[in-house]
Design a protein around this ligand. Structure first.
Ligand code: PLP
Length: 389
């Protein structure tokens, strides 16, 4: 049996969602067609839009279905930036937190490199939480020329929850794009109450299939499309509408939101037991962002004298699925930009192990890690000592 502790990478599709999805895949009809098939598909789509909006404190017209979190982030950040520049060419600046996912980070870099945007990275503290003073001092000199600010709801590596309300308050009229891919379904998210202009979510992080997500965009938000085509979804997200995916997303969100309070407490208890026990078994392991408000299922550990690759290999052999805090680009493990932003040197940033729990996690998963990780750490340390010689 494999213990799966990589729910932040992707989490199982819920059985009820999968059943509905398979049923919907058998239905014929483009939601934009006028005939009865099309109208039936449109009904599924619009009901899903209403359900999703109701669960996330949004108006149905504020839901734009996308292919996932990456597309929603690109549309939220780049689309908002483009609209702002077209209205006022002097508004070319974009500022994002240093711990954003690559979907936001690289989109901002792209704006800087190819569209002459002034891109600023805002620092975080040692817990990986946005430094609000850095935001204030940025705004003090760049408010008038800023098109959009991007700050995520919660970080995918550390689980650290970001001070979104304070960010929105400081930004005032400047639109805030929020990547809530790791947050939706795991902590309460109310779009209207948050005050953000756009918010990204992704199906496969909460029990829907890969390939469906959404951008919530306030009715007064001006966005330009990133993809050009048939003009579906308020004219900003062209492409044939995916009624089956929309329903799967809405059902998964609805189930996750209904279970949220109980599930959040259950996961936090499991995670806290895992953290406390590991700190006894591997006393120098350091739980990251533990002093911040964290997502309930996240545990990022820094384990001195190890390399994440060796840890992951050892765990895989022990049938435990985990991940590192670092991104893997074309097979080469890079130290995590998140951990570097939190003050780690490259060596330390390469010794991070991310264990993330989700809906299917049980005490047995925690026990499996507790049983096997100490020996895996010892072997990883031995390999590291040999490599360092
Ligand atoms: N943003 C965050 C915080 C994520 O964790 C991820 C996925 O890992 C994404 C964006 C990208 O989402 P998707 O995989 O749906 O494109």
């Amino acid at each position: 049996m494999t213990a799966y502790l990589d729910h932040a990478a992707t989490t199982p599709v819920r059985a009820a969602v999968a059943a509905g999805y398979v049923e919907d895949l058998a239905r014929l009809g483009n939601p934009s067609s006028m005939h009865a098939f099309g109208r039936a598909a449109r009904r599924v789509l619009e009901e899903s839009r209403e359900s999703l909006a109701a669960d996330l404190g949004a108006h149905p017209t504020e839901v734009i279905f996308t292919s996932g979190g990456t597309e929603a982030d690109n549309l939220g950040l780049v689309g908002t930036w483009q609209a702002a520049v077209e209205t006022d060419p002097a508004r070319r600046a974009v500022a994002i937190s240093a711990v954003e996912h690559h979907a936001v980070l690289d989109a901002a870099h792209h704006l800087g490199a190819s569209r002459a945007a002034e891109a600023t990275i805002l620092g975080v503290d040692a817990e990986g939480v946005l430094d609000l003073a850095a935001l204030e001092s940025y705004l003090a000199q760049a408010r008038e020329r800023t098109a959009v600010v991007g700050v995520m709801w919660a970080n995918n590596e550390t689980g650290a929850v970001q001070p979104i309300c304070e960010v929105v308050e400081s930004c005032g009229e400047i639109p805030v794009h929020c990547d809530a891919v790791q947050a939706v379904g795991h902590v309460s998210v109310d779009f209207t109450e948050s005050g953000v202009s756009t918010l990204a979510l992704s199906g496969h992080k909460l029990g829907a299939p890969v390939g469906v997500g959404a951008l919530l965009a306030r009715r007064d938000a001006t966005l330009r499309p990133v993809l050009h085509g048939g003009g579906q979804e308020r004219g900003v997200r062209s492409g044939t509408l995916d009624a089956a995916g929309a329903r799967a997303l809405a059902s998964a969100v609805s189930l996750a939101v209904a279970e949220l309070v109980e599930e959040r407490a259950r996961l936090a208890a499991l995670r806290d037991r895992l953290q406390a026990s590991l700190q006894t078994l591997v006393p120098d392991a350091r739980a990251r962002s533990a002093g911040a408000q964290r997502l309930p299922g996240h545990l990022l550990l820094t384990i001195p004298g190890t390399d994440a690759d060796a840890l992951l290999f050892g765990l895989d052999v022990a049938k435990i699925a985990a991940s590192s805090g670092s991104a893997c680009t074309a097979g080469v493990t890079q130290p995590s930009h998140v951990l570097l932003a939190m003050g780690d040197d490259e060596r330390t940033a390469r010794s991070a192990l991310r264990l993330t729990l989700g809906r299917t996690s049980t005490d047995a998963d925690v026990d499996a890690v507790l049983a096997d990780l100490p020996a895996v750490v010892e072997r990883a340390r031995a390999a590291y000592r040999v490599g360092a010689r």
